[in-house]
Design a protein around this ligand. Structure first.
Ligand code: THU
Length: 130
């Protein structure tokens, strides 16, 4: 877990967040043991910014991985920087009933959740079965 936390914290240091001043780093551990990270990248056209989790998911998919075991999100302050609604849905696509989300504050305080606690009764690929 320490390696995953360090990766998320390092990713936060690369964030491009000049508009919100809210840098975020995210790191994913896949079920096969691979690590991926991402940071938020904002844009002068505000809605075009992307979240840290989205970047980490893109890196994971690029590497051919699809099952998320853990996600660490490193926020900029002491408040809980839980994933936004859109990112919860993005993580949902690649989560299992065991997937955990760990939110780390700047001082290193960790809060852990089962993914299902953050997005209960969620809509996923299986819901498209008819
Ligand atoms: N942000 C993330 O990167 N992940 C989240 O789950 C919540 C919000 C970013 C988006 C924006 O660049 C900044 O934090 C403020 O909302």
């Amino acid at each position: 877990m320490k390696a995953l936390i360090d990766l998320a914290v390092r990713a936060r240091e690369s964030a491009y967040a000049p508009y919100s001043n809210h840098p975020v780093g995210a790191a994913i551990l896949t079920e096969s043991g691979e690590l991926f990270s991402g940071c938020n990248v904002e844009n002068a056209a505000y809605p075009e910014g992307v979240c840290a989790e989205a970047g980490a998911i893109s890196a994971m998919i690029l590497a051919g991985e699809k099952q998320i075991q853990d996600v660490v999100i490193a926020g900029p302050g002491e408040h809980l920087c839980t994933p936004c609604g859109g990112c919860r849905q993005k993580i949902r696509e690649f989560s299992t009933s065991k997937t955990q989300i760990h939110v780390v504050s700047r001082s290193g305080k960790i809060n852990s959740f089962l993914f299902d606690e953050l997005l209960p009764e969620s809509f996923g690929p299986d819901c498209l079965d008819v």
